[in-house]
Design a protein around this ligand. Sequence first.
Ligand code: WTA
Length: 645
Amino acid sequence: MSDTTYPPSDEFVKNAHVDAAKYKEMYEASVNDPEAFWKGQMGRLDWSRTPTKIKNTSFDYHNVSIKWFEDGELNVSVNCVDRHLAKRGDQTAIIWESDDPNVDMHITYNELSEKVNKFANVLKGLGVGKGDRVVLYLPMIPEAAYAMLACTRIGAIHSIVFAGFSPEALAARVSGCDAKLIITADEAPRGGRATPLKKNVDKAREHCGDVATLVVERTGADVGMGDRDHGYTALMADASAQCAPEPMNAEDPLFILYTSGSTGAPKGVVHTTGGYLLYAAMTHEITFDYHDGDVYWCTADVGWVTGHSYIVYGPLANGATTLMFEGVPTYPDAGRFWAVCEKHKVNQFYTAPTAIRALMGQGNEWVTKYDLSDLKVLGTVGEPINPEAWNWYNEVVGKGNCPIVDTWWQTETGGHLLTPLPGATATKPGSATTPFFGVQPVVLDPQSGAEIKETECEGVLCIADSWPGQMRTVYGDHERFVKTYFSDYKGYYFSGDGCRRDADGYYWITGRVDDVINVSGHRMGTAEVESALVAHSKVAEAAVVGFPHDIKGQGIYCYVTLMEGEEYTDELKTELRNWVRQEIGPIASPDYIQWAPGLPKTRSGKIMRRILRKIAENDYGALGDTSTLADPSVVDDLIANRKQD
Ligand code: WTA
């Protein structure tokens, strides 16, 4: 951990929306009188009915309920499109950079409006209405943004499934929200290869039933269109460019996004209309110090929350120019990010530590050969950033001239909770620093659950009161919502992360304290990988843990016990690896599979993951007390076998 601080330059501070004094004043106001503070921010959105009730929230375990602006009405597509037309109809809303470096596109707000209206009418024509769920399984193409906004125009609820998920994972999410329509593309080009999305949908529909599907012709590949399939181009050609926006209550659901937890199947995080949009817009403007006319680029995928809040909703609500990138950082070569920054004169750049670490290893020439002089702010998200990667990002990419915002947040939080503000906060490499407005972080003792009052401390990170962007419930399972986030530490929202607070009151995220792992910034439950493994006919038992990985942050380490009589072979390891990819998707590929004829269990049969984690980390000195194990000798066997693949 580094305690060197990097204050913003005087020049940056001069033009920033928020400087240190203003941060302090606004932060205090936001926690002393949240009602008044958020009432004062409401004007960031256009409301068809102005809210009179601002905050109505309870973290009380017996009665968890979160409502913001509950009598207000608005429409998200009006806020992200229509209201900008008079002033900036001809301004670029979306810059699309294709996987192919020779292809890009500028879409103005006027064009965006036409597409969204037509798309909304296409949805209506397919029988989709207010409250219906629509699953999006798309490449990073402008049609993904059109589809999201078209859903919001008619009050349909979208649920985006990352295009890297397998047909099985897709089917579970389609069934999970009982979707009326799937929107997909023929294929998804990425890194010069094409994923057969439509074929995956066909396979998924063998499990989830024959849900109607709209197919965007991205590559024009012949994908076979059945009775329940509709071609996008033809329907758009016939659709009217006028679709009246549906007025939505602030607390009507806007989208569902499945995310992994420590137990069970992924849960559908529900975000609602008013609070989410306001929070996404405000954090986008202030965290990135976005100014009119800037070109902003977030490299995430719309399949993750970062893509929702910081490619589409936040930037477009602010009338920004947002860049959408279809490809990968290393195609056609390791200079792609920086080539795109130069080409489109990017001002704010937001990416994941895993990408920074991967590119850092490729040599500085890939960066220095491009003109990055338009960059003003650099951001990171998704996992802790190690100081080495932070310093490289700062020096080689930012030339020591761009504040770095290390933003800590979650699918559940809708937007940034802990983050430096570029004109206000002196940053420290590896620290997400201080809370955003309205956010009250607390550090609790993990055992007693008591709030630690000393400034310098370490414990679990909780939040003491609600903010507008907070998730409202788990789709179809409010009890699970309460149990997951409000039952371990009563009266608080429990983040699942551990943290340290230093003498300056800065927060340092130390990683998950539950069985969630973070692989290349992709969040995964070890239980999901385990249940995929045990679904294989030859596997009797599996235990999965994370281990430190230089590039990915964490890798996936699987201990597998086979059924009686099955042979432990290298071929079977390959088969199991492919099996997990098929069950969940390539992002869940095991890095190591270790045969474990015996797993360390307590006498009551509970697997001792703490020991498995240590073995995976190669840290045998710290195995701790093994005397409660039913058979302590399995540990020696596991150590002897470690990483023999
Ligand atoms: C981790 C992504 C350290 C954390 C927006 C959190 C981070 C989980 C940071 C949420 C950060 C996210 N520093 N850790 N700046 N940002 N995380 O839901 O463990 O995909 O709980 O949301 O990522 O992942 P999710």
